[in-house]
Design a binder for this molecule. Sequence first.
Ligand SMILES: Cc1cc2nc3c(=O)[nH]c(=O)nc-3n(C[C@H](O)[C@H](O)[C@H](O)COP(=O)(O)OP(=O)(O)OC[C@H]3O[C@@H](n4cnc5c(N)ncnc54)[C@H](O)[C@@H]3O)c2cc1C
Length: 443
Amino acid sequence: MDSGQKATTADPQQSVTALPSETDVVIVGGGIIGVSTALFLAEKGLRVCVCEKGRVAAEQSSRNWGWTRQMGRDPAEMPLAIESLAIWRQLKQRFGIEVGYRETGITYLCRNAREEEKAHGWAEIGKAHNLPQRTLGAREIAAFLPGAAADFTFALHTSSDGRAEPSIAAPAIADAAAERGAIIATGCAARGIETTGGRISVVVTEKGPIRCMAVVVAGGAWSRLFLGNLGIAFPQLKVLSAAARIDDVPGMPNMPVGGGDFAFRRRLDGGFTVAPRNVNIAPIVPDSFRFLPEFLPTYLRTWRELRLRIGRQFFTELAMPRRWALDQPSPFERFRVLDPVPPKPLNQKALAALSRAFPAFANARITQSWAGMIDVTPDEIPVIDAVDGWPGLYLASGFSGHGFGIGPGAGMLMLQLVTGDTPCVDPSPFRFSRFASRSTPCR
Ligand SMILES: Cc1cc2nc3c(=O)[nH]c(=O)nc-3n(C[C@H](O)[C@H](O)[C@H](O)COP(=O)(O)OP(=O)(O)OC[C@H]3O[C@@H](n4cnc5c(N)ncnc54)[C@H](O)[C@@H]3O)c2cc1C
C-alpha cells in the first residue's frame, strides 16, 4: 500500500455532484471490468451507477501492459477471451470511442526447450479453438521479426491477438457509458451493502445510500476486503507486477512481443512499454496465511515466477480493519489509489533482457516506471457470477493478470447474468462455488 511515484496516466474524470437515491444496478469499482459492465447495462437501458473510490482505471486497468490476447489463455478462459476480442474490435465503430485497439498479432519467442514446450502447449490449445496462429523456426523468425537476436529457436504467433491503450481504454468506455445514462461517481467509495427481506437493497457510499436491485462488485484487488465485511470469503491475494516506459526506437515491431524474460508493446503515444516477464513479487500478508490451503497448490506450480517478500505491506494490511460499520469511514476511503512503489531493478533487468533480444534497444532509456497490484485467485481464473445465498449480489473479480484483454467480454457476460439473458459463453468456469465456501449467508 505504499504511495509510490505517480504511475498512472488515466484521465482524471469529474465526479458527479449528486448521487442518485435509487438506481437499478450499482457497480463497485471503476476499472475496465466495472466500466465495461456499466456500458453494456446502460446500452440495454438499465439505470447504472459506478462507484469508484479514486479515479476511473487508476489501479490495474491503466497500469497493465496493454496486451489483448487469446494465446496462452487457460482453456477455461479461452471462449471468453475470443468473445472479448470480438468486442474490442467493435468498440470504436459501435460506441464512437478510441481505446487504442490494434489487431497487430502477438508473438512469443523461445530460446530453450522449457520455453518451447510451453509454447507448443499453447499452440495445441489455440488449435483446438481455431486461432489463426503459426509457428516459426529460427530462420523464419529472422525474416518475420527483423532486429531480433539470432538465438531464438522457436516462435508462436497469433495474428488475431493485439494491443489496446490502458491509459485511455477504460476512461473512454466510462465516457461511453455516461453518454448512455450511466452515472460514474469518482472519489466515491462504496462502504458496504444492506439487505431487506433477504435481498440486496442498498449500497452505502461515503456520499450517501443508493437504493438498488443489484450490485456488481468489480473492485479488483479490494473485492476480497469488501466481501469480507459481509462475511463472504473470497480467496484472493495480490502480486506486484512492474512495467516501464522507454524511448521510441524506430524500426522495432508494432506487435507486442514476449520472450522468457521480457515483454514489450509499442504505445500509441510514443515509445514502448517494457516489462519483466515471469517475475512477480508476492508480498506476504495476513491473507497469505488465511488462504494458505487454497493457494498452496498455485504457489507450488508457479514458484519459479514468484519472489516472496515480507515488508511494510504485511503490517499495513494487519492494521487494516476487516469489519467496519457503514456510518464510519471504510478502508476504501483511506486508500484512494493503490500505487505501489515500482521495483526499479526489475524494470532495469527487463530493459537489459529486451536489449539482448532486440539489440536496437541498447541505448533506450527508461522514462517512467510503475507497478500495479494484480489480484489473483487460487486457480488464476476470475469469478464472474452471482453470489450464492445473496440475491442481487454479483462478483466480477480475480482476473489474475488477464482482465484487460477479457474485460469487455467479462462486462458483456456480467450484463447477461444480471439480466438473465443467454450468456455469450458457458459461465460455469467462472462460478464462485468452485472455491469451498466459508461464507455467511445473507440475513
Ligand atoms: C503490471 C500489470 C500488467 C498487466 N498486463 C496485462 C495485459 O497485458 N493484459 C491483460 O489482459 N491484463 C493485464 N493485467 C491485468 C489487468 O490489468 C487486470 O486484470 C484488470 O485491469 C482488472 O480490472 P478490474 O476492473 O478488475 O480491476 P482494477 O482496474 O484494479 O479496478 C478496480 C477498481 O475498483 C475500485 N474499488 C475497489 N473497491 C472499491 C470500493 N469499495 N468502492 C469504490 N471503488 C472501489 C478501485 O479503486 C479500482 O479502481 C496487468 C496488470 C498489471 C498490474
